[in-house]
Design a binder for this molecule. Structure first.
Ligand code: XMP
Length: 321
């Protein structure tokens, strides 16, 4: 591997920021650059570095794919607006749902999302912008996992066989590629990002589509989104590594107001982990679990069953898809 890791003990966030900002200035010159902000730690840090280096010559886009959590796109755009960064919200919900239509296989789902993002939306958008540089939040772990063939998501352009320079006429710049997540979070803090962003728990690239087993439709995403909101509210203080809700494909018979209801099942997962490579379920208290069941079955339409995952990773994975 040619890229040299900067270990935590060697990381001086302020000096790192200074170096990266200068490098971006030198590379981009008087040109323009584009970034796709997702609100995750990596893309947020890269957006702030780009903003410091280039100001309004950095064009930041937030692609609304219809599979984010409640209010997430607006909240992220607003947070960056407060930091002085203009972010353009691109409404691509219809395109994503069209691409996902009829797909139930997990890998095909992920592939449809990746292709829609890069080929249908972001590629043409970058091309139209006339920018020659694209900032990406690839980190050191992504590189390792890509080399080891674990993740297909990262460095997707190269993995899709796209030479970005040839296809779109732009170069990819990856300012945090030498850092692991903890390092990226430290740089985020030093950049003045809000705690809610630099300490954000992990959230998958395929967003809520990774938590819908079976068909991903606007209605089914709305169900898992409502359950996710409750799980995040109830478990925010748990100190767990990650917590989530999954919508199952099978229905089960329930009873509500004395009437039979053939309804949905939500599975709650809450993880203890440091690196997401292995994990164990958090020993949540019975009252906490009961409260989750009560709220999800009363507040989320059509849900009659809530279960808690008690399986470790491996053989489980953190997400369901
Ligand atoms: P799994 O489900 O593989 O997840 O145990 C491990 C960690 O990675 C997150 N995850 C993703 N992150 N793109 C990402 O950026 C993805 O496609 C993706 N899939 C899973 C997951 O939330 C967990 O933290």
């Amino acid at each position: 591997m040619k890229i040299r890791e900067i270990r935590l003990e060697d990381l001086d966030p302020v000096a790192f920021i200074k170096t990266q900002v200068q490098e971006l200035k030198d590379t981009v010159g008087d040109g323009t650059a584009v970034v796709a902000l997702s609100g995750g730690v990596d893309s947020s840090v890269v957006t702030m570095l780009g903003h410091r280096a280039l100001g309004s010559r950095l064009k930041a886009y937030f692609i609304e794919n219809g599979i984010m959590r409640t209010g997430e796109p607006q909240a992220i755009v607003a947070a960056f607006t407060r930091l002085g960064v203009r972010v353009q919200l691109v409404d691509a919900r219809a395109l994503f749902f069209r691409a996902l239509k009829g797909i139930t296989d997990p890998e095909e789902k992920r592939e449809a999302i990746t292709q829609t993002f890069y080929k249908t939306i972001f590629g043409p958008l970058v091309k139209r912008s006339g920018a020659r540089f694209l900032l990406q939040g690839t980190n050191y772990t992504d590189v390792e996992e890509t080399v080891a063939g674990i993740k297909r998501q990262h460095n997707v352009l190269a993995q899709l066989g796209i030479d970005t320079k040839k296809a779109y006429g732009y170069h990819v710049l990856e300012p945090v590629i030498q850092l692991r997540k903890t390092g990226v979070r430290m740089v985020g803090k030093a950049l003045g990002l809000p705690k809610a962003i630099f300490e954000r728990p992990p959230f998958p690239g395929p967003a809520l589509a990774a938590r819908v087993i079976g068909a991903v439709t606007p209605e089914r995403v709305a169900t898992v989104r409502a359950a996710t909101r409750i799980v995040e509210e109830e478990l925010a203080r748990s100190g767990a590594f990650q917590y989530l809700a999954i919508l199952h494909e099978d229905r089960v018979t329930g009873i509500r107001k004395g009437k039979r209801e053939f309804g949905h099942q939500i599975e709650v997962r809450c993880w203890e982990s440091t690196d997401a490579i292995t994990g164990t379920p958090t020993h949540l208290s019975w009252p906490v679990l009961e409260r989750l069941a009560k709220r999800i079955t009363t507040e989320v339409k059509g849900v009659v069953s809530v279960t808690y995952n008690i399986t470790a990773k491996p053989p489980s994975t953190i997400e369901a898809v």
